[in-house]
Design a protein around this ligand. Structure first.
Ligand code: PMV
Length: 314
């Protein structure tokens, strides 16, 4: 038997940064994401012809660490333990571990494929609990559109008018990050003097964001999400020793976004995850202006749209 599943990445607009429960993998604060097309993972599970366990990523045998992580993840499926000689053939259209949410699409696709392969037919919330054992934020990739991941672990769609929304990725550095989000997050929880402020503020940011969505106020929504992302990085910088994912280029792009908004009145709002790349939320009508500006600064951009579909079996 052979099963293939595909999952898109998701980018948090209100971020999750900190696990309250390391076993259940539940967060300190609720987060809100958009699921995006363009970048996704397609994963096929099949019996291994050589009777071994192997993970292949983009036609190459994965590293030992990646293989062990996938193995540990699959132990959540009882039937896997009885017959672990499988081949996982995974393809990413996204750069790995560069703060571009590759682990989100990878684990959502793997969970979905395994659910079909082992015929467990888990309900959505059970599958979400399994998926977040790979990476917390991955559970949000099981759904399309706008997704809220709650402190109790549940995921749900948020209805809002996102028709013209576009997210432009500014690719500054697509190499693997030196400190994983898992490590950086734990370190921030344990040592950042601003961590309590983060949990408190992020909770307010989410309330505000939901209110702005209800009122269809894109500008206020955008400002809230940018504030949230910038605060998350402040909180990391207040850790001991500090964690700083920004490079000079990140700062240049953030400056550009601010300029476009305040001087040229273009509704563009920045978000940054565990890496130097910047994601800019805007509307279709402003994409060309934004891309032209980025090009004039020698920056590479990728335009992504919000997808209605989360992880699916192919
Ligand atoms: O789920 P992880 O461990 O990859 O952490 C994700 C952390 C952020 O991308 C920075 C924020 C988020 O909510 O996705």
């Amino acid at each position: 038997m052979k099963v293939t599943a595909q999952a898109p990445i998701n980018i948090a607009l209100i971020k999750y940064w900190g696990k309250k429960d390391d076993v259940q993998m539940t967060p300190y604060n609720d987060s809100l994401s958009v699921t995006l097309d363009t970048f996704h993972t397609t994963t096929t599970l099949m019996p291994h012809p050589d009777h071994i366990f192997e993970l292949r990523i983009n036609h190459q045998t994965a590293t030992e660490a990646e293989t062990l992580k996938a193995y540990a993840f699959l132990t959540q499926f009882e039937s896997f333990l009885k017959q672990p000689a499988i081949l996982i053939d995974s393809h990413n259209t996204v750069y790995k571990a560069a703060g571009l949410a590759s682990s989100a699409s990878a684990f959502a696709a793997l969970a979905k494929a395994a659910d079909q392969y082992y015929q467990t037919n888990h309900d959505l919330q059970t599958l979400a609990a399994i998926t977040r054992q790979g990476s917390g934020s991955a559970c949000r990739s099981l759904l399309g559109g706008l997704v809220r991941w709650q402190q109790d672990g549940l995921i749900k769609n948020i209805e809002a008018n996102t028709d013209q929304w576009v997210m432009v990725f500014v690719l500054i550095d697509t190499s693997e990050k030196t400190i994983s989000s898992r490590q950086a997050m734990k370190h921030t929880v344990e040592t950042s003097s601003l961590f309590d402020t983060w949990v408190h503020s992020a909770t307010h940011h989410l309330d505000d964001a939901l209110k702005h969505l209800k009122q269809n106020n894109f500008f206020a929504f955008g400002q809230t999400i940018e504030n949230n992302a910038l605060l998350m990085h402040e909180v990391m910088r207040a850790a001991n020793p500090p964690v700083d994912y920004f490079t000079d280029q990140t700062k240049r792009v953030l400056h550009l976004v601010k300029q476009l908004r305040t001087i040229d009145d273009v509704p563009v709002f920045a978000s940054v995850d565990a890496g130097p790349n910047v994601k800019i939320l805007t509307k279709q009508a402003h994409v060309n202006t934004l891309i032209k500006k980025c090009r004039s600064m020698g920056l590479t951009t990728v335009v992504t749209n919000i997808t209605k579909q989360g992880a699916k079996t192919l």
